[in-house]
Design a protein around this ligand. Structure first.
Ligand SMILES: Cc1cc2nc3c(=O)[nH]c(=O)nc-3n(C[C@H](O)[C@H](O)[C@H](O)COP(=O)(O)O)c2cc1C
Length: 569
């Protein structure tokens, strides 16, 4: 095992919550020390984005087939909508004198470590350069002006994380939550793009160093402890002119990369011919783009997050270095698009995206949820759906589900392997008396054990009632040790895949008229013991719960952008 993987493994094991002690965090929360949720760079030109809140026609159900949604033109209005629907504010909540913003993308503890950047070159709607999105103001800060335009660069969105925002409250485990949030943000970006008739290409070959160079994260513009770590860069395909572009995307050019493809019932390979509606634009000239960023005119210094940094968590810097990504070759892996169970929702995608919230409490006396809704939600997280089109690798995350209240299903434990090749290893690694009987023809759902699991689900999720009062809660189990053995940066990608699945569940729950909540707090090894895992081949990396929410009537809800009176139309 190489040294970096060793550091990552140590971090992972050290930051497990256990029944008898939580991972290391601050002994008390100093609310005065809470870092500012909204980053701003002083000294930049500001580009105001047109009024947020525009409703678009596409139904949420239509996002299953995004190629049927007419592509919007690439304008400032639509680029603004993309940012708003992915990372913008969705509401303010008020309780007494306290007021806090919610966003379209969720975040552990509502701390929002993720920052978003827009990079544009050779587009008419904005000067070529690098821009930081300020979700509070729905505006762009011009961080860098490029000297010239690079045709065919399209529109790029970059994401980074301010680890301190999470570490302030959650201590050492915070790095994991930042990665979950990145996955959620990537999911949010895909739904926002699909609503506009656009699609997302994850430029997974890029190294972290190159992302930092392009976004200006390597510059001396940040206070110590408040730097941003590069996460990922995406190209938004806006299908210019609506014309078909030359190179079909679904090819593997690097034969040395041999990834297993899912096969068998409920699993299909994607091939070159399956997506006649999605086309590659010209390959991005990464070198030329980086040169533009390096020779461009940069402006602005990051404002202080106004935190004292009372505690220090150096292990987060250590793991961040060990899990930093070099430039890599990535396979062009995809599966055949298949939605086995159609969405029946009638709300628009913009409505669903803006109404997404985390349930704080569930109605533990709810009648069982309809089985069709349950199956649809599980079908929606399979890698064959449009929601995972920008995810370029075979699935590594599988679900173990505590069913509490679902029509026609015995309460108990179920499994949803998201890759047929994982079925046997999962069977071999879990308790021998699990039943592994398939319960649905449409999705790879297996019954493992019948019996009330409410108490155990609550206990392993840090005693949180949201895991037991719901219709179902679940653990996302990763193919762990083998994945990170030679490529420690894949540790982050496993959490991103979890976040992506979580984002699908959040939105699907809203579409089904109920609600979800991500659960980052769970007792890792208690979950592993419950399932029968004896080593690190599989590890649970995220939990989630879905049910009928109970509203807290004491909270007032205010409009997302009511504070921006004079915003341009
Ligand atoms: C990675 C992650 C972990 C979370 N963990 C928990 C948790 O353990 N318990 C909980 O009640 N909420 C949890 N949440 C929900 C957040 O508190 C919620 O997203 C945040 O307060 C913002 O609210 P919103 O989702 O309604 O926008 C989690 C959310 C995410 C994204």
């Amino acid at each position: 095992m190489n040294k970096q993987t060793d550091t990552v493994l140590n971090y992972h094991n050290r930051t497990k919550h256990r029944l008898d002690r939580y991972a290391k965090g601050p002994e008390s929360i100093d609310w005065e020390d809470q870092p500012d949720q909204f980053r701003r760079f002083s000294g930049c030109n500001i580009v105001a984005l047109p009024k947020p809140g525009i409703e678009l026609e596409p139904l949420f159900a239509e996002l299953d087939s995004p190629e049927t949604i007419p592509a919007k033109p690439l304008t400032l209005v639509n680029a603004g909508l993309l940012l708003e629907l992915a990372f913008g504010l969705s509401a303010w909540k008020q309780f007494g004198p306290s007021r806090w913003a919610l966003r379209c993308n969720p975040s552990s503890g509502n701390l929002h470590p993720t920052e978003a950047y827009l990079v544009s070159s050779g587009n008419d709607f904005i000067k070529s350069g690098v821009y930081h999105y300020v979700s509070h103001d729905h505006s762009l800060e011009e961080r860098c002006q490029f000297a010239c335009n690079l045709p065919d660069s399209g529109l790029l969105i970059g994401l980074s994380s301010v680890h301190w925002r999470e570490a302030w409250k959650y201590g050492e485990r915070a790095y994991r939550y930042c990665q979950h949030d990145t996955g959620h943000a990537l999911g949010a970006l895909r739904y926002a793009a699909a609503t506009l008739g656009w699609s997302v290409e994850l430029l997974a070959e890029w190294s972290d160093d190159d992302i930092a160079k392009l976004l200006g994260l390597d510059r001396d513009d940040f206070k110590p402890l408040e730097q941003e770590s590069p996460d990922l860069i995406c190209r938004i395909k806006t299908h210019p002119d609506g014309k078909l572009l030359e190179t079909p995307r679904y090819t593997t050019t690097d034969n040395s990369i041999n990834h297993p493809l899912p096969t068998g019932e409920g699993f299909h390979k994607r091939t070159n011919d399956d997506h006649p509606s999605h086309y590659n634009s010209k390959p991005l000239d990464t070198k030329a783009l980086l040169e533009q960023a390096q020779s461009g005119i940069w402006s602005g210094k990051a404002d202080s997050l106004r935190a004292y940094h009372l505690y220090k968590w150096p292990i987060i810097d250590e793991v961040a270095i060990a899990a930093s990504k070099p430039r890599t070759k990535e396979p062009e892996w995809q599966t055949v698009r298949q939605h086995t169970i159609k969405s029946t929702g009638t709300k628009t995608a913009t409505a669903i995206i803006r109404q997404r919230r985390s349930a704080q409490q569930f109605d533990g006396k709810m009648p069982p949820m309809p089985q069709t809704d349950f199956y649809r939600m599980l079908a929606a997280v399979l890698p064959t759906t449009a929601a995972f089109e920008h995810w370029r690798w075979p699935p590594k995350i599988h679900l173990f589900i505590f069913v509490h209240r679902v029509e026609g299903l015995a309460p108990g434990l179920y499994a949803l392997p998201r890759d047929h090749d994982a079925l046997e290893p999962l069977q071999a690694a879990t308790l021998a008396d699990f039943d592994w009987q398939k319960v649905s023809a449409a999705i790879p759902l297996y019954h493992l054990y019948s019996g009330e699991c409410r108490q155990i689900a609550k206990t392993v999720s840090c005693h949180q009632p949201i895991a037991s009062d719901s219709a179902f809660s679940l653990g996302m189990v990763a193919e762990f040790s083998e994945t990170i053995e030679t490529a420690p940066w894949l540790y982050r990608r496993l959490f991103w895949e979890c976040g992506l699945i979580g984002q699908v569940l959040y939105l699907e729950a809203e579409a089904a008229g109920i609600r979800g909540t991500g659960i980052g707090c769970y007792f890792d090894d208690s979950v592993h013991e419950l399932l029968g895992f004896k080593d690190e081949q599989f590890q649970s990396l995220y939990h989630f719960t879905v049910g009928k929410p109970l509203e807290d009537k004491r909270l007032e809800t205010l409009p997302a952008y009511g504070h921006l009176k004079d915003i341009a139309q």
